[in-house]
Write a protein that binds this ligand. Structure first.
Ligand code: C5P
Length: 479
């Protein structure tokens, strides 16, 4: 039985498919004979299969799978001025065969090899070249170009663009876009082997890898410059296939947490002492925001409850801003029930109530004067959001806590795991003060019967690993 016959039989047989597609059964028999379905019927067949939850990946080329899911995949291709840049025209041609929306940027050096007109003709839309263009600035400035794509592919990526990206330069359109983007960045470097192996390039690549940039490694062989070694631009089809593989993998991820509600606390809380002074902590909110962003990308319905922060808000369903621990507690308890709770906020453990000698409270609506006799502060404990919810009868299926420690990291985190009744604790050592506000973090994952030391990585990368872990726990919970 050939592939198309197998597919038709999976879909219910010739009669059923003919009826559902409103065509003659003889047409279906023809498809089976030719082992081919006409292009114009692909979409209908794919719809039929998705209704029946049949995986038809083996029956159709990937291009059509993209078409059907109708996901709005957008790629920005940045072509730099390496001698191999003409090969990127083939990448444009291959992407054009899919329903992916493609924009192309040519750097100044790339324009020495290929023209914007050629790219525009191939891609059938404007090719971007200038950072300072009056026309582009009104319609599609570099910030919009940076935010639009899911993926930014730099191919070929020269030693120059690697150095600029690694060191945060933004002196032309391409580097400014790269710096202003949240998208997945994929680099396909190509250059002379000595340049590729130069310590400066090696260090730049290492920095970029650590930040989560993905590389498509250059090939080894004869180079256009006459030398031999590593630095050749990979075949365009290979680059295209890697990009498609990445998209397909992510499309599976998109629905991983579909219909799952996740409540996340993040950032610090602030406890006012009087109208001017307050007590708080150094939490930036970055780790919690990365987690919210990652889980939202995977289809979860994310509600983020955040204390006051100075970083951009992630893309998620609902963001609720609070100031004090009590407000955070009230909001979180009002949001229950939820499937998953992740408490990454650094909640102030106490609020400070100013008192004077006679043990009387002071009017905190006015600035406390320095000359108050025997001024002291009573520390009143704030409600424990994590512990309270995890022990309540509205306990979510999975509860994740954080534990910032200056000593006995694992021991203290484990005690919290047990005393607060949570499933998983992400513990980090904050003794050297190098966690708050940073982009990197080094954490331990602690469960009742498991302790994992994760290597130092970006907070984004920790969010990805945590999302994988939570997915695993959820799958076990549902079994
Ligand atoms: O007890 P400790 O503050 O170290 O516990 C840390 C964990 O508990 C974090 O997940 C934090 O978000 C949560 N927590 C809370 N409410 C508090 C204090 C901490 O939810 N009042």
């Amino acid at each position: 039985m050939n592939k198309i016959s197998q597919l038709i039989s999976l879909l219910g047989g010739t009669g059923v498919v003919a009826e559902k597609l409103n065509i003659q059964p003889s047409a279906i028999s023809n498809w089976k004979k030719l082992n081919k379905i006409p292009n114009k019927k692909h979409e209908a067949i794919l719809k039929l299969s998705s209704n029946l939850d049949i995986n038809i990946e083996n029956f159709f080329p990937k291009k059509n799978i993209l078409n059907v899911k109708d996901t709005k995949v957008r790629i920005l291709l940045i072509i730099c001025g390496g001698i191999a840049c003409y090969k990127s025209l083939e990448i444009i041609r291959l992407i054009k065969k899919t329903n992916i929306e493609l924009d192309v940027v040519l750097t100044k050096s790339a324009q020495k090899f290929i023209t914007p007109l050629l790219v525009t003709s191939l891609n059938e839309r404007k090719c971007y070249t200038d950072l300072f263009s009056v026309e582009d600035e009104t319609k599609m400035n570099h910030i919009k170009l940076a935010r639009k794509p899911n993926i930014i592919l730099v191919a070929p990526a020269t030693a120059n663009i690697l150095a600029k990206l690694a060191n945060g330069f933004a002196d032309d359109l391409a580097s400014s876009i790269l710096l202003a983007s949240f998208s997945k960045i994929i680099l396909a470097p190509s250059m002379n082997p000595i340049m590729w192996n130069n310590l400066a390039t090696r260090e730049n690549c290492k920095k970029l890898l650590d930040r989560g940039v993905k590389f498509i490694e250059p090939d080894t062989g004869d180079m256009a410059c006459g030398e031999n070694g590593t630095g050749r631009f990979p075949e365009p089809k290979l680059i295209f296939d890697i990009i498609m593989g990445y998209i397909n993998k992510n499309q599976t991820l998109v629905n991983q947490f579909k219909n799952i509600s996740i409540l996340i606390t993040a950032g610090p809380t602030i406890e006012n002492i009087d109208p001017i002074r307050f007590m708080s902590n150094k939490s930036s909110g970055k780790q919690g925001f990365e987690i919210a962003s990652e889980l939202a990308k995977r289809g979860a319905k994310v509600t983020l409850v955040t204390g006051p922060v100075n970083i951009p808000y992630p893309n998620c369903d609902n963001i609720i801003k609070v100031t004090t621990a009590q407000e955070m507690f009230d909001v979180v308890t009002r949001q229950l029930p939820t499937d998953i709770l992740i408490c990454s906020a650094a909640v102030a453990d106490w609020k400070l109530i100013p008192k004077i000698s006679s043990n009387k409270n002071i009017d905190i609506n006015n600035k406390i004067k320095k000359n108050n006799d025997n001024l002291s502060f009573e520390a009143v404990e704030n409600p424990d959001i994590l512990g309270t919810v995890a022990k309540s009868n509205l306990r979510p299926k999975i509860v994740v806590g954080f534990s910032a420690e200056t000593n006995n990291l694992k021991k203290n985190a484990y005690s919290k795991l047990i005393s607060k009744n949570v499933d998983l604790i992400i513990a980090n050592d904050v003794s050297d003060n190098k966690v708050f506000g940073e982009d990197f973090n080094k954490v331990c994952l602690i469960e009742k019967n498991n302790c994992e030391e994760w290597k130092k990585q970006t907070k984004k990368s920790i969010a990805v690993h945590l999302a994988n872990k939570i997915n695993h726990l959820l799958t076990n919970f549902n079994q």
